[in-house]
Design a protein around this ligand. Structure first.
Ligand SMILES: [Zn+2]
Length: 339
């Protein structure tokens, strides 16, 4: 009798403790999974990270990302979300209701649009039209977003592409015509692009050069190969890396941008960087470029975005290594010597 009472007391005492332990385990489980979700969200590089080619925008603009995605898709430029957010960053920083300062493009006075969603709809549509008129030349379309569509015709008749000189000439011509002191922002392209230059803060090295893409996978080596178009044996003068349409292309080392060219017949949109030891690296077939000729670049700095422009059968990066005008195997620079 006495014994039974004792074990009953034990059960009465132990049961609530068991429930309490279970309860705490549940709470900890929830907290840990939330923490995990939060940290993996941060690692995806969204927000202020600027990694993976994301625009370096503030919280105001980042919060409106779903709207940029919605209207970029609606107006046929779903791959331009980051650039559109960079434009909004330059136009308002999210501090005005007319986020993209797009009211003038539909004949309203400045800040005539008072709903952010309406501003994004109108601004994205306008940029999409500029991009189409400019045959996909991002910089030309950007400058036209600031100057108006007339700039595209002017640039087409004066060299056929965007340059700072053409922008300055157009600006002073318009100012003269209108009797204004100045016209537009001649630095608009670089003002927007500064929100676009992602930096790979952790570039991957094996040899002297860092890899130009994250998670490098080589799809075609330097040397003789059968031509993807004709099937004939030809010289492949670079190294091909697998990449997707929105992936960032990074500089393999410190240097100066020697060439930043759009629409080359075989290289497409490409960048050539001169490194301090007089070696050159060249990055071909990009969808858009983030740098201009003369820019100083650091290792891991974004040069452009992966694409398939020029003589290319699918999205990839074609990397070349040049010494004294001679093309050599980039693997010599990318791999350590004892490999
Ligand atoms: Zn190639």
């Amino acid at each position: 009798m006495k014994k039974q009472a004792k074990s009953l007391m034990k059960i009465k005492f132990l049961l609530p403790i068991g429930f309490l332990v279970l309860f705490f385990l549940l709470i900890f489980g929830v907290i840990f999974s939330l923490l995990f979700l939060f940290s993996s969200d941060k690692e995806s590089g969204e927000g202020m990270g600027g990694i993976d080619g994301n625009a370096l925008v503030n919280e105001n603009i980042e919060r409106m990302r779903p709207l940029f995605e919605k209207y970029a898709k609606l107006h046929g430029i779903p791959d331009q979300v980051e650039l559109l957010m960079a434009i909004a960053m330059q136009e308002s920083g999210g501090r005005h209701l007319d986020v993209m300062q797009s009211s003038e493009s539909i004949g309203l006075p400045p800040n005539g649009i008072i709903r952010p969603e309406r501003s994004i709809d109108v601004g994205v549509k306008y940029f999409s039209q500029m991009l189409q008129q400019a045959n996909g030349d991002t910089k030309l379309a950007l400058q036209a977003y600031n100057f108006g569509g007339g700039f595209i015709d002017y640039a087409m008749n004066n060299g056929g592409k965007y340059t700072l000189e053409v922008a300055e000439a157009f600006s002073s011509m318009q100012a003269d015509k209108l009797g204004w002191e100045s016209y537009g922002d001649t630095s608009y392209v670089s003002n927007v692009m500064r929100y676009m230059s992602g930096i790979n803060t952790n570039p991957e090295f094996d040899g002297e050069w860092a890899y130009p893409v994250k998670n490098p996978v080589i799809t075609s080596e330097y040397g003789m190969r059968s031509d993807p178009f004709t099937g004939e044996q030809t010289m492949h003068s670079g190294l091909d890396f697998d990449c997707d349409i929105s992936d960032s292309i990074y500089s393999v080392g410190d240097g100066t941008v020697e060439q930043a060219v759009n629409f080359h017949v075989s290289y497409g949109n490409y960048v050539m960087v001169k490194h301090n030891d007089n070696d050159y690296s060249l990055y071909a077939h990009m969808s858009s470029l983030n740098v201009n000729e003369g820019d100083e670049v650091k290792v891991g700095q974004q040069l452009g975005v992966c694409g398939t422009t020029g003589n290319s059968t699918g999205t990839h990066l074609h990397l070349e290594y040049l010494v004294d005008g001679q093309k050599k195997d980039p693997a010599l620079k990318l791999n350590s010597e004892d490999d």
